[in-house]
Design a protein around this ligand. Structure first.
Ligand code: ADP
Ligand code: TRP
Length: 341
């Protein structure tokens, strides 16, 4: 049994560390999302207690089309389950199904310095481009802090771009604990090893904002076409090439078998082969790599009730946790009577 201690008085007994992470349903998931984030969440579910959610409240800061948001939220659930997130091992839910998180957001916001949020990158970047930001984007890190603190999470696996938000979360929890006594467990960021590494079809970081993505569940023919159009340099066939610096090879490394990767690296160094060859190998490897997930997704698509049941069971479990934390926090700060706690 692990004893998880915040700083002084608050101790929780657990048999496993609690891992929590969220992913926004702002588009269909691409290879960058999978190899940079989702794959690790799924690996962690076997060793730790996992809480994973689809951050639709965060997505609402960018998607203003109700049907699209509903569809993307459902697709995200199907994708995660098809890729191996196992509801018997981890809790999968939709962020907005736990309204306690919004209540906690307000409590945290009352003690959040404006300056702290003004320094956060999403807001800062928008402002620096002369664009007007709304309060949702400004307060985005507070909602994210509530997401984490509501479940007494210990570790938060995230990409490098989210580390600043975990720091904000820790600052808010520390400040609240300082004023009202131990109410929150302090979480730690676990930066994902391969985050920010997956290149897109133009060689830059794969991202939906750069329009260079390859979708995990995109039609196989469309994927093959995209791979065939991946930009390459124009060195002659016979020149030897360094595989490590080539984005096609980097993608192949994620999906090929060990032997195929070694053979391909040898071909690069030896020269005398064309990029068409690795493109074809990459398309074959990606089809093979995601074949089981595609089958699983097709099977889940035919059972929408099962998917809804999984999300509703996940939400029930998540709400129970969040309600207990909210009671503790509301009692600590004096908006809930001690007898009701
Ligand atoms: P996008 O850049 O397409 O908008 P998100 O910001 O929604 O993607 O990313 C969701 C998760 O996927 C984050 O944890 C992020 O770090 C990870 N991720 C996104 N793109 C990549 C990439 N090219 N390489 C590695 N990780 C990525
Ligand atoms: N902001 C995260 C992203 O864009 C998604 C997210 C929302 C999240 N709440 C979270 C991640 C809590 C980890 C923990 O990727």
């Amino acid at each position: 049994m692990l004893v998880v201690q915040s700083t002084q008085n608050l101790t929780l007994e657990r048999s496993l560390m609690r891992i929590l992470s969220g992913i926004q349903p702002t588009g269909r998931f691409h290879w960058g999302n999978y190899f940079g984030a989702i794959r690790q969440y799924i690996e962690l579910q076997t060793e730790h207690e996992g809480f994973y959610f689809i951050a639709n409240l965060h997505a609402l800061t960018t998607i203003r089309d109700a049907e699209l948001l509903r569809q993307l939220t459902y697709d995200a659930a199907l994708d995660l389950l098809a890729l191996g997130l196992d509801p018997d091992k981890a809790t999968l839910f939709v962020q907005s199904d736990v309204p306690e998180v919004c209540q906690l957001t307000w409590l945290l916001m009352t003690g959040t310095p404006m300056g702290l949020l003004e320094r956060c990158h999403a807001f800062k970047e928008k402002k620096s481009k002369g664009l007007t930001a709304d309060a949702g984007l400004f307060n985005y890190p507070v909602l994210m802090a509530a997401d984490i603190l509501a479940y007494d999470a210990n570790w938060v696996p995230v990409g490098q771009d989210q580390v600043q938000h975990i720091e904000v979360c820790r600052d808010l929890a520390l400040s609240f604990n300082h004023h009202f006594g131990e109410a929150f467990i302090l979480p730690e960021a676990r930066v994902l090893a391969s985050a920010a590494k997956v290149p897109g079809t133009d060689g830059e970081k794969m991202s939906k904002s750069y329009n260079n993505t390859i979708g995990i569940f995109e039609d196989e023919k469309a994927v093959r076409k995209k791979i065939m159009r991946i930009q390459t340099d124009s060195r002659p066939m016979e020149a030897s090439k360094d595989p490590e610096t080539d984005h096609l090879f980097q993608l192949f490394q994620l999906m090929g078998s060990e032997q195929d990767i070694a053979d391909m690296a040898h071909l690069y160094r030896q020269g005398g082969f064309g990029y068409g060859q690795i493109k074809k190998a990459l398309a074959d490897a990606s089809e093979n790599y995601f074949a089981a997930a595609r089958d699983k997704r097709r099977e889940l698509e035919s059972r929408p009730d099962t998917v809804r049941d999984i999300l509703s069971t996940g939400a029930k479990c998540a709400r129970k946790q969040a309600a207990a934390v909210l009671a503790r926090v509301e009692t600590a700060c004096g908006i809930r009577s001690k007898t009701l706690a």
